[in-house]
Design a binder for this molecule. Structure first.
Ligand SMILES: C[S@@+](CC[C@H](N)C(=O)[O-])C[C@H]1O[C@@H](n2cnc3c(N)ncnc32)[C@H](O)[C@@H]1O
Length: 469
């Protein structure tokens, strides 16, 4: 393909992405299948252009006078990102062969007009309502947070299944496969590989044998903070694809009862092969929108983990297309759903047991606002500080009625006053000492926010609660 034909193809892929809800990666793949004449270098060049545009879509649309079609965004990117002159852009738009048609008068004038002063949200490359939320949360640091969230090429993180292999063994295995592997800073069982050139992790023997899984470090961290321990009864209430289920199973070391529930059966079914690969077990339970289906566990769970449905805005560095699909109305709906799901999940928590709320959202409306609403509705749930309180680690457990799980869940004979819940930052030994220092900086009481800018992870929010007796 000529460079011009690649631009035309990128514009058409961008239009397909804008028309649907499919991930950009899937649209790119479908385009490759339908256009077999395109070689790997062509597909690579087209994907590079598509992602370049998606990460800067707001700015490019602004420059092109509010146009949002693929052609305009590609033209804008040649000018504003690649720095091509009008003549160079025109040469790529001669209309010859499979290249794009010549520039219109308006398109030419958009390029010659220059960018001018860009409003903050346009420069940040995020929808305006998102930037307002960021300003309220991050203050002066909002632009840095926005930039890191939309920056290219997040690395790929792996969680080593320490029941099947040591971190050293997996590290050596990945090195032998030619990957440039390093340790993750916060999760003690995390490894990181660059996403460029794209590694085929799923084809590796260690992946197939369950020695490691793909999981962002932030996602690993929230599993470790939850405090699942061997012998506990744990419910992963919104189990989805099962990423956290596997992390919780790892913390439980295969001992106790783990239940993974969701309202979508297909998602639960996808967990099955992952459990088999990791050689761990969980009961998969399809629940109704109102939580029906888990009545047997009412008041029984030591830990209920609610990885709530959310905007997924914490993962926009991997899926920048989603930033432009989200609306303020959807965020409002998600906030309502999050508070409702948390309320439903409370029924399962036993006195002294924990409820952990997690999102992969960067938005305060889905994080702080959702747990504020939950706290107002459920005073029987006490916030558990992420860091040990000054009065001594675990004193919240006694305030909350004791009955901790320090000696292993199911040990009903353990005296409640002696047993103390470990502090979330203890992380069951799965958090590094660097994590403990870092989270001292990032945690606010029972709440912790991780982000690409602050922790080099996807954006995550976690809040930990304990039910009073
Ligand atoms: C953020 S995703 C979970 C991701 C998953 N925990 C993981 O780590 O792969 C949220 C999940 O909540 C589920 N969900 C939506 N409404 C729900 C409800 N009312 N009760 C329980 N789960 C619900 C969705 O089907 C979705 O799978």
């Amino acid at each position: 393909m000529t460079p011009a034909a690649r631009l035309a193809a990128a514009a058409s892929v961008l239009d397909s992405i804008a028309q649907g809800r499919q991930p950009a990666e899937a649209v790119m793949k479908a385009w490759g299948t339908a256009n077999r004449y395109a070689g790997s270098k062509d597909r690579r060049a087209i994907a590079d252009r598509v992602y370049k545009v998606l990460r800067a879509r707001g700015r490019l649309s602004w420059i092109m006078g509010g146009r949002e079609d693929g052609r305009a965004l590609v033209i804008g990117s040649l000018h504003a990102i690649d720095g091509l002159s009008l003549e160079e852009i025109e040469a790529l738009h001669s209309g010859d062969g499979y290249g794009p048609r010549p520039l219109s008068k308006q398109e030419r004038s958009r390029i010659t007009a220059g960018q001018g002063e860009l409003p903050g949200w346009v420069a940040a490359g995020l929808p305006e309502f998102v930037v307002e939320d960021f300003k309220a949360t991050f203050g002066d640091r909002w632009a840095e947070e926005a930039h890191a969230l939309m920056a290219p090429r997040a690395p790929i993180d792996l969680r080593v299944n320490d029941a099947a292999a040591t971190v050293d063994e997996v590290e050596a295995e990945l090195k032998a496969a030619g990957l440039d592997v390093s340790r993750t800073p916060w999760s003690a069982v995390g490894l990181r590989v660059p996403s460029e050139p794209p590694p085929n992790i799923q084809a590796l023997e260690g992946f197939k044998a369950g020695r490691f899984e793909i999981q962002d470090e932030g996602s690993q961290v929230v599993c470790w903070l939850a405090g699942a321990q061997p012998g506990m009864t744990v419910v992963d209430y919104c189990a989805g694809g099962g990423g956290k289920t596997l992390g919780l199973a790892q913390a439980m070391k295969g001992k106790g009862k783990l239940v993974a529930s969701d309202v979508v059966n297909k998602r639960l079914e996808n967990i099955r092969p992952r459990l088999q690969r990791a050689r761990v077990e969980a009961d998969l339970v399809l629940i109704g929108q109102n939580g029906g289906g888990l009545e047997d566990l009412n008041g029984q769970a030591d830990l209920v983990f609610v990885d709530a449905p959310c905007s997924g805005s914490g993962t926009w560095r991997r899926r920048p297309e989603d930033a432009w699909r989200l609306t303020a109305e959807e965020v409002e709906k998600l906030h309502g759903l999050q508070v409702r799901i948390l309320s439903q999940a409370t029924k399962l928590v036993k006195p002294g047991g924990r409820l952990v709320y997690v999102t992969c959202s960067m938005l305060a409306r889905e994080n702080e606002a959702s747990v504020d609403a939950f706290e107002a509705l459920h005073p029987e749930f006490h916030p558990v500080p992420i860091l040990p309180s000054e009065a001594g680690e675990g004193d919240h457990a006694q305030r909350g009625g004791g009955g901790g799980h320090g000696s292993g869940a199911g040990d009903a004979s353990a005296p409640s006053t002696a047993a103390r819940s470990p502090s979330p930052v203890d992380g069951g030994g799965f958090l590094t000492s660097a994590a403990r220092m870092k989270f001292a900086e990032l945690a606010s009481g029972a709440r912790l926010r991780l982000s690409p800018a602050s922790a080099d992870t996807d954006g995550f929010f976690a809040a930990v609660y304990e039910r009073a007796a």
